[in-house]
Design a protein around this ligand. Structure first.
Ligand code: KG4
Ligand code: ZN
Length: 363
């Protein structure tokens, strides 16, 4: 087993905090790491009929699939369990049944092999990913925007994060998904709303930009979603239905409001932190209009803009193995008392977030 300061740890990562069962193998090198394998077994079809992730179904699926994901990750990396130096596992925040399934498997593997184990905060996994993909140094600003998360983090060290603000209700991906549902589009809604928006006029409808009139970096998206609901109902009442162009214009107007809010709050976060780098993560970071808006804001602030490849932006276990490796290199270890935590704010000094979306606690 390598010395804690040794560079060449081979780490098995486990992720099961939401609706992706994931395992990955990473090998440290030159202060960074190479991804040897990255397996993600999604559960979308299991939850499709319910309009959101059902925690019990998710937990059961994780319990059934985690060991298969581990086998696949080891095989694809062409390493044996004996060649793994440490196990990193998401210990929260998230849907507790899934997190427990991961933590129990990690404990079992650690007990059976005698290898060290480390519990990782899922949000730290997202937040530290730009260091894995691009080798960025500390500090930098991270905007996490997905179906379950929405927050600005000043990333100062592997265990040192300052939360500058976040959503007080829905996450942006949740709002995209709900708007898609209101308009009869499929799920996940983000890419479908974006495609509709390309055919639409973003200026036709004036939708609210929630919390822009208040200082700071907190955001709110539930009112925007309700405004879309009202707009749809008004159009239906006036015209007896929605034309294809109405739908495209609603999507474009909604997306513009979303991009405006995120861009302005990002501008404030960059001004406040003077961060040299703005990095984004989460499924919503795939949105081209949002991405262009953020790139502009970063350029205006003189900051570099970084968006990791989508596969590493959305939930995966490579980011967990990486965050684990960063902490292992600092000498951190967990023992059998490691607990699964439904809520686990990265910044212990920040006031708790209020939202708790369809994909579990936002911490
Ligand atoms: O990070 P992710 O895969 O899962 C978690 O939420 O943890 O993010 C999924 C979310 C969904 O709500 C989806 O609608 C949204 O990201 N999304 C998008 C786009 N692609 C995915 N939202 C807006 N525009 C997109 N192109
Ligand atoms: Zn996530």
């Amino acid at each position: 087993m390598p010395h804690p300061t040794d560079d060449s740890w081979t780490v098995l990562g486990l992720e099961s905090s939401c609706d992706d069962t994931a395992a990955a193998v990473l090998r440290g090198t030159g202060g960074g790491a190479v991804i040897l394998s990255n397996i993600v077994l999604g559960q979308t079809e299991l939850h499709a009929a319910f309009g959101g992730v059902v925690p019990e179904i998710a937990a059961r699926a994780h319990a059934e699939k985690l060991d298969l994901a581990v086998e696949a990750a080891l095989e694809s990396a062409d390493v044996t369990l004996e060649q793994i130096d440490a196990i990193a596992v998401t210990a929260g925040p998230g849907l507790i049944g899934g997190v427990m399934a991961g933590v129990m498997l990690a404990k079992g593997l650690a007990a059976a092999t005698g290898k060290p184990m480390i519990g990782v905060n899922h949000l730290a996994g997202h937040a530290l990913t730009p260091r894995l993909t691009d080798g960025v140094g500390f500090p930098y600003l991270m905007l996490l925007v997905s179906g379950g998360h929405c927050q600005f983090l000043q990333v100062v060290g592997p265990e040192d994060f300052t939360r500058l603000g976040g959503t007080i209700d829905d996450a942006p991906g949740e709002a995209f998904d709900k708007v898609a549902k209101l308009l009869g589009l499929g799920q996940p809604g983000g890419p479908l709303v974006e495609a509709e928006a390309r055919k639409g006029d973003a200026k036709r409808f004036s939708l609210p930009r929630p919390l822009l009139d208040r200082p700071g970096c907190d955001m709110s998206f539930s009112g925007l979603k309700t405004a879309v609901l009202r707009l749809r109902d008004t159009l239906v009442a006036d015209q007896g239905g929605l034309h294809a162009q109405d739908r495209a214009d609603i999507c474009a107007s909604f997306q513009a409001a979303m991009a405006d809010v995120l861009a302005e709050k990002t501008r404030r976060a960059l001004a406040q932190t003077q961060a040299p780098v703005l990095a984004v993560a989460g499924g919503v970071a795939a949105n081209q209009v949002l991405r262009a808006a953020l790139e502009q804001v970063a350029a205006a602030a003189g900051a570099r803009f970084l968006a990791p490849p989508l596969k590493l932006c959305t939930d995966n276990a490579a980011m967990i193995a990486w965050a684990g490796l960063e902490r292992l290199r600092m000498g951190a270890r967990d023992d059998m008392s490691l607990a699964a935590r439904p809520r686990w704010p990265l910044d212990q000094t920040a006031s708790p977030m209020l939202g708790s979306g369809k994909k579990g606690a936002k911490a």
